[in-house]
Design a protein around this ligand. Structure first.
Ligand code: FAD
Ligand code: UDP
Length: 373
């Protein structure tokens, strides 16, 4: 049988494109996935205690894009959920992103008040200030505050997570969690924040249940591709692997996940607690907060950052830095030479730190501009 498209990788990028091509163009798609399940890193499943867990780390859906929200809403109902994160700083659990409430939790009231006034005077209420910007622009008491937050919230967490200091990464990385001059303790402020009511995997299952889509699991595309007849390819795996590392390896960061189920209803106060300074882990997430389930047991996931070693663990994070982007640009040029016979989409294929909604939006854009016309 001949397919119009082979899509490599059944994550957000691959699933959105398979669904669009099948349902909007009526073309036949073979979706090839190396793992034994669909969903990519957003895959979730019910563990032996009946708790919905995220195999590859906690995935919280949030977006500004009505387009993405409306699109995904065709395949899932939602449970509205605001994610909250606390960070352990000097033995106290304070709101992250660092905000005015964090200030009052850590400093004596008079001093916190003075710092609050300074923040309001210099930046204004409701403003989000990336830590590296705060450090540059602050003087006097604000300089003390900027250094305090840098040291206690960002420096060691970032060193654990990336094996780099905040200033050795693109500013956008620590800018994802800016100091927020507000009393809003939510981790995100996007207008759409929710979890798929029956999980991500069920949402993907619905996206892919179309007679034009065939899914092949447990298959590395390189091992099967010579036996398949097809016209064009979408590739969502690591771009350097596709080109056999001809321009060298692109670095990624990996993680090891440790799951633990406790015989108690709850372990912590909120969905995630960050440990910037203590232990080798960066954070502990209690899955029940994300799923909204009730149970006498609770499952936790702890994240241990690791170096990525091809063939040993998974490439979870591209490392956003100028030198890596330069290497990626060499691969982009190779990709462009293929003249659209292979389209590279997604967090690994484009070497971009996409969130799920950004991956979905990008896939919808690629469909519209490069596939449907
Ligand atoms: P992926 O999900 O990585 O899918 C690529 C797929 O390609 C994989 O399934 C892989 O097995 C397959 N593949 C690769 N090579 C081959 C091959 N040779 N043959 C066959 N198949 C292959 N985003 C959020 O919005 N909110 C969050 O809270 C959030 N938390 C995250 C936490 C962690 C720990 C991580 C790692 C990511 C998180 N993300 C989050 C980001 C989210 O995972 C990505 O945006 C999304 O998964 C990107 O989808 P993708 O399809 O581009 O890539
Ligand atoms: N970060 C930090 N301390 C924190 C939270 C975040 O230093 O308590 C930094 C760290 O570099 C991290 C980045 O901000 O990698 C982005 O955090 P986010 O929670 O968005 O990371 P992700 O969920 O993508 O792993």
């Amino acid at each position: 049988m001949k397919f119009d498209w082979v899509i490599v990788g059944a994550g957000f990028s691959g699933c959105v494109l398979a669904e669009r091509i099948a349902s909007q163009l009526g073309q036949r798609v073979l979706l090839i996935e190396r793992r034994d399940h669909i969903g990519g890193n957003a895959y979730d499943y019910y563990n032996e205690h009946g708790i919905l867990v995220h195999k590859y780390g906690p995935h919280i859906f949030h977006t500004k894009s009505k387009r993405v929200w409306d699109y995904l809403s065709q395949f899932t109902e939602w449970r509205h959920y605001f994610h909250h994160v606390l960070g352990v700083i000097e033995g106290k659990k304070v709101p992250i992103p660092f905000n005015i409430n964090s200030l009052y939790a850590l400093f004596p009231p008079r001093y916190a008040e003075r710092l609050e006034e300074k923040l309001l005077e210099n930046f204004g209420f409701g403003v989000k200030v990336p830590i590296l910007k705060l450090r540059e622009s602050a003087n006097g008491e604000l300089e003390f505050l900027a250094n305090y937050i840098y040291e206690n919230v960002f420096l060691r967490y970032t060193t654990k997570q990336w094996n780099l200091k905040p200033e050795e990464l693109d500013r956008g990385v620590t800018g994802r969690v800016p100091v927020y001059i507000s009393r809003d303790n939510r981790y995100f402020q996007d207008p759409y924040q929710a979890m798929p009511k029956h999980g991500y995997t069920e949402m993907f299952r619905r996206m892919l249940s179309h007679s034009n889509i065939k899914v092949l699991l447990n298959a590395d595309y390189r091992e099967v591709i010579n036996d398949i007849k097809f016209d064009r390819m979408v590739y969502t795996g690591p771009v350097d692997t596709f080109f056999d590392y001809m321009h060298g390896e692109l670095p990624y960061r990996s993680l090891r996940f440790h799951f633990e189920t406790l015989d108690q209803e709850h372990y912590q106060e909120v969905g995630t607690v960050n440990y910037p300074n203590e232990y080798d882990i960066t954070r502990i997430t209690e899955q029940k907060y994300l799923s909204g389930q009730t149970s006498p047991k609770t499952t936790l996931v702890m994240e241990y950052p690791q170096a990525y070693v091809p063939g040993v663990n998974d490439p979870y994070y591209p490392i956003p830095r100028e030198d890596n982007r330069e290497r990626y640009d060499l691969y982009l040029k190779e990709a462009q030479r293929l003249n659209g016979s292979v389209i590279f989409v997604g967090r690994l294929a484009e070497y971009k730190y996409y969130d799920m909604d950004q991956a979905a939006l990008r896939a919808l854009g690629v469909f519209e501009k490069e596939i449907a016309q």
